[in-house]
Design a protein around this ligand. Structure first.
Ligand code: SAM
Ligand code: GLN
Length: 277
């Protein structure tokens, strides 16, 4: 019978063969999750022999990851931006780069001219990630969140309840059924060019297409959002967008009646747009 350590090594081997991008991390996470063990077990119980049912349970889960189901779907949750989010096929798996967007949102709410009790809107909330991250850090904010997808909103509501946070959820396209003004409008909209579908990583195919693609240059929805945002911002209010490094400058240049800054992500790529009127 394999020891815990041997089981992890076998999982790494299977994930490597399936070209999973981070085989070691994923193998450890899946083995611990399948066995209901904490991280320290990898040290304290490394040489313990695993029973055949335990081994079978681990390898069944590892095989699903080898089939390129996202790790977050298999674990059922993800820690993101200070909140724990349930993650499944109903909404996009929240990405690490979007944690920077959350930081930019919180920084904008913390400047000296930001109002007390700010009104904030997250457009295309998905799992609820950005809205919930903001509400956790700023309980004084009145946070609104919208999505066109009923399934995503259902998951976002579950996540709000799970974290004990209150956010006002609205179903609709962009600003439908919303009343301004908002001091901060933040969005990680679908922004990939339609042609990226063909080259998407297998994991990305488990994200809803509605969350990812937006016309030939990825800017169909972001352009509409910017056009409508002006009339929903309070005077001095801020619009924050995550975009693709290939199209963020294009949109920034189109926003001639805005004051726009393009900001980098953690890998230095031009990724975010911060705009005021
Ligand atoms: N905010 C989440 C995050 O950062 O993890 C999800 C972002 S995902 C890239 C984009 C979201 O926009 C999806 O949840 C999608 O359903 C939503 N969406 C797509 N079209 C929309 C529209 N016309 N109006 C509002 N939301 C839309
Ligand atoms: N960053 C995501 C990806 O590359 C795309 C998210 C989006 O379209 N907003 O899969």
């Amino acid at each position: 019978m394999p020891t815990l350590r041997q089981l992890v090594l076998e999982a790494v081997r299977v994930l490597e063969a399936a070209e999973v991008p981070s085989p070691e991390v994923d193998a450890r996470e899946l083995v611990l999750f399948a066995l209901g063990l904490g991280r320290t077990a990898l040290l304290t119980r490394a040489h313990e022999e695993m029973t055949p049912p335990d081994t079978a349970r681990v390898m069944a889960l590892v095989q699903r990851r080898a089939a390129r189901i996202p790790l977050q779907h298999l674990l059922g949750e993800v820690e993101w931006g200070g909140v724990r989010l349930k993650s499944d096929a109903r909404a996009l798996v929240p990405r690490p780069e979007t944690e920077v967007l959350l930081e930019l949102a919180l920084a904008s709410l913390a400047t000296t001219h930001a109002p007390p009790l700010p009104r904030v809107l997250d457009i295309g909330t998905g799992t609820g990630a950005i809205a919930l991250g903001i509400k956790r850090a700023r309980p004084d904010a009145e946070v609104w969140a919208t999505d066109l997808s009923a399934a995503a909103l259902e998951l976002a509501r579950e996540n709000a309840e799970w974290n004990g946070l209150t956010v006002n959820f609205v179903q609709g396209s962009l600003f439908d059924a919303l009343a301004g003004p908002f001091d901060l409008i933040v969005s990680n909209p679908p922004y990939l060019p339609e042609s990226d579908r063909l080259s998407a990583q297998p994991e990305v195919r488990h994200d809803p297409a509605l969350a990812l693609y937006s016309g030939p240059d990825g800017l169909d929805l972001p352009r509409q959002l910017v056009r409508q945002a002006a009339s929903f911002l309070s005077p001095g209010g801020t619009l924050l967008l995550e975009l693709d490094p290939r199209n963020v400058t294009i949109l920034a240049q189109e926003m001639t009646d805005w004051h726009v800054e393009v900001l980098p992500d953690l890998t230095g790529r031009r990724r975010f747009l911060r705009a005021r009127r």
